[in-house]
Write a protein that binds this ligand. Structure first.
Ligand code: UDX
Ligand code: UDX
Length: 443
């Protein structure tokens, strides 16, 4: 079966390569000519462990090809996955412009039966909108062409995208016809080992599952972040609390790591989108709304912690702060909605000078923080980053920071404040306290 993937971002590219790995013939399309040219030559535009190796392999097996031509990919494919971006509008709702443009193009060019699958996270009801657009375009051509719409949300985590895509916990397929269901179940029935459960639903349920899952995880993180703030005040230890809560099978220990707030391309955007969807239907999502507010509060609290320690009357003028890790999580170069951005802005506004190091996030940070460029120096490693600093902030838990020589860091510094926003060294709290003026989250 020939598969087309439209949009080669984090989601589309991983999906395309994984489908090739599953033995299918894949063509990926993107409007970005440079990206497509690079991909044809085995150059992956994003950092995602293992992706380049698998791409190289399937360029060789010829199971994957790339194009910028919409007509070519439509002619080639029986199943077309839409994986273009769905950024947030100012009001938090999802911007469907790209998805709708793709639907118009498909309607203009489709010439035989196809299954059109939304892989991008789209608001409930988008499947029906896409169907309407394609149908109208076909009617405008005075043709009769059969097609089906399917919702098949992606649950991959950046940094672990291949692993998540090759070994998913579940596959959700939302569709309206037996024909589409059979084709989709056929595609996903070919996992070599550990066949994951396939859940067939209607389109709306499938669209909601993605939002419900992401919103729930965001709520879980905001919940534990608030527990962390309170734990600090009452003398409790949030990591132990999370561990013991997690021993209860009903809760599970996952996504209970307190930190500086969640970021990334999904949680911030999807939580706001579901609140906006609910509003359109006259409902309120009080719990999710609170999680969004708590996440903003968490980032502000992190800035306050630093200012409280280093500042004189809320002023940290001239203080040099080293930031370890910029990306929203380890093993990715993605800076979309990374908490580091708001925290760095907050510190600079209070007068700080920033020295930042991240294994993969520097390139993206440079343009995202361009307006603050005069106050940020980008460094080559964690040791250079600590030179002359009053304080270090461990912002993102890259594994290279876990093993760093903390004495060397201390010796490079002018003062000895260490803010461990991810609790990476909290198990060595006594040691850390003997070297630094150490703050760890939730303890
Ligand atoms: C995805 C999903 O689309 C989004 O819904 C989910 O919530 C987060 O992840 P992602 O793959 O991370 O998005 O987005 P991005 O990296 O922006 O990639 C989108 C790609 O689509 C880009 O390469 C862009 O050039 C391409 N594109 C966009 C098209 O090919 N055509 C368009 O009309 C618009
Ligand atoms: C998420 C979902 O996990 C995935 O299923 C969905 O498809 C896309 O969105 P991703 O954004 O790649 O994936 O990363 P994730 O590992 O979920 O982390 C998101 C954010 O939450 C990060 O900023 C991370 O640091 C933070 N986080 C996560 C915490 O602060 N604590 C935790 O316990 C877990």
């Amino acid at each position: 079966m020939n598969i087309g993937v439209i949009g080669t971002g984090y989601v589309g590219l991983v999906q395309g390569i994984v489908m090739a790995q599953m033995g299918l013939n894949v063509m990926c399309m993107d409007v970005d000519k440079k990206k497509i040219n690079d991909l044809k030559n085995g150059i992956v535009p994003i950092y995602e462990p293992g992706l380049k190796e698998l791409l190289d392999h399937h360029l060789e097996t010829k199971r994957i090809d790339f194009t910028t031509d919409m007509a070519e990919i439509i002619n080639f494919s029986t199943v077309l996955f839409i994986a273009v971006g769905t950024p947030a509008n100012e009001d938090g709702s999802a911007d469907l412009e790209y998805v709708e443009n793709v639907a118009h193009e498909i309607g203009k060019l489709i010439n035989n039966y196809k299954v059109i699958v939304t892989k991008s996270t789209v608001p409930v009801g988008t499947g029906k909108i896409i169907k309407g657009i394609i149908r109208k375009e076909i009617e405008a051509r005075n043709c009769e062409i059969d097609f089906d719409i399917v919702s098949n949300p992606e649950f991959l985590r950046e940094g672990k995208a291949l692993q998540d895509c090759l070994n998913p916990n579940r596959i959700v397929i939302g569709c309206e016809t037996e024909k589409a269901k059979e084709i989709m179940n056929d595609i996903y029935g070919s996992f070599n080992t550990n066949q994951p459960p396939i859940v067939n639903t209607n389109i709306e349920t499938s669209e909601m599952i993605k939002y419900a899952s992401n919103a729930f995880l965001a709520v879980k993180i905001s919940f534990i972040n608030e527990m962390a703030l309170l734990s600090e005040k009452v003398g409790a230890d949030v990591q132990t609390i999370a561990r013991v809560m997690g021993m209860d099978g009903r809760i599970s220990p996952k996504f209970l790591h307190a930190g500086p707030g969640y970021g990334g391309s999904c949680f911030p955007k999807d939580t706001k989108a579901i609140v906006s969807i609910a509003k359109n239907y006259g409902e309120s999502m009080l719990v999710i709304d609170a999680a969004i507010k708590a996440n903003e509060k968490q980032k502000n609290k992190m800035v306050e912690k630093v200012i409280d320690k280093l500042g004189v009357e809320n002023n940290i003028n001239g203080r040099v702060i080293g930031i370890l890790g910029l990306s929203f999580k380890p093993e990715t170069d993605d800076m979309r909605d990374a908490p580091s951005i708001d925290i760095i802005k907050g510190l600079i506004k209070a007068g700080a000078q920033i020295q930042a190091y991240c294994p993969k996030g520097i390139k993206e940070s440079k343009w995202r923080l361009i307006d603050y460029d005069a106050s940020i120096k980008y460094m080559n490693d964690e040791y250079e980053c600590s030179k002359g600093c009053d304080a270090m902030i461990l912002m993102t838990e890259w594994s290279q920071f876990r093993g760093m020589d903390i004495n060397r860091i201390k010796n490079n510094m002018k003062n000895n404040y260490f803010f461990d926003f991810r609790g990476v060294f909290s198990k060595k709290k006594e040691l850390m306290e003997s070297i630094f003026d150490y703050y760890t989250i939730g303890n």
